[in-house]
Write a protein that binds this ligand. Structure first.
Ligand SMILES: [Zn+2]
Length: 202
């Protein structure tokens, strides 16, 4: 399956699963010295392969008829920093973004899968959307985490391929939902420290 059809497949899945609204979110794949990325302002549910954009690693558009995604710089920065990343998925998915705009990392001592699979989803410092400030703090987290929150903005996940990146994002969105709903029930029933330690060493 081609990289472009993989992006379209994930874009439609993201829209169906309500990870993105009609105007938000972006997906990219690294292809040697180029990236293939979703265009700005096109609903992910209506995307097709011909709408995808290609840029070089300086953000220069090489092909595509649409406006380049406003967060292209964030994607490129991730690829430049960590060489084992081949795909980046960014969204303003509601539950994870609720944490991001509260400036609270996603972490738990009560949810075993969260602890074992992700340890924590940290927050990188706020930057004005569409500027370099959005990812200025990324270098401090990207080597230790595959998913991070962007303060007062949203969530971004990195993967070996676009499925890997998206499934991590979707998984965190689901965990964020549980943790938030849990607050309605009086908050978490935390596991003992030795159990948390076991999970952290998985
Ligand atoms: Zn965004």
């Amino acid at each position: 399956m081609s990289q472009k059809s993989d992006i379209v497949k994930i874009a439609k899945m993201m829209y169906q699963k309500e990870m993105v609204n009609a105007f938000e979110g972006n997906i990219s794949i690294k292809n040697n010295d180029e990236i293939i990325i979703t265009p700005s302002q096109i609903c992910k549910g209506l995307l097709d392969e011909s709408m995808l954009m290609t840029t070089n690693l300086d953000g220069k558009v090489l092909s595509g008829d649409y406006k380049i995604s406003s967060e292209t710089g964030l994607h490129i920065e991730a690829y430049k920093l960590r060489k084992n990343i081949n795909a980046v998925v960014h969204a303003h998915s509601p539950y994870a973004t609720a944490f991001a705009i509260a400036n609270k990392p996603i972490e738990s001592k009560a949810y075993p899968e969260m602890i074992a699979l992700f340890k924590k989803v940290p927050i990188i410092k706020y930057g004005t959307p569409s500027t370099k400030e959005v990812y200025a703090d990324l270098k401090n987290y990207i080597f230790d985490y595959d998913v991070v929150l962007l303060q007062n903005h949203g969530i971004v996940a990195f993967g070996s391929d676009v499925f890997d990146a998206y499934f991590k994002l979707e998984s965190i969105e689901s965990i964020a939902k549980v943790l938030l709903l849990n607050q309605l029930l009086g908050g978490p029933s935390n596991l003992p420290d030795d159990e948390v330690k076991k999970l952290l060493s998985w």
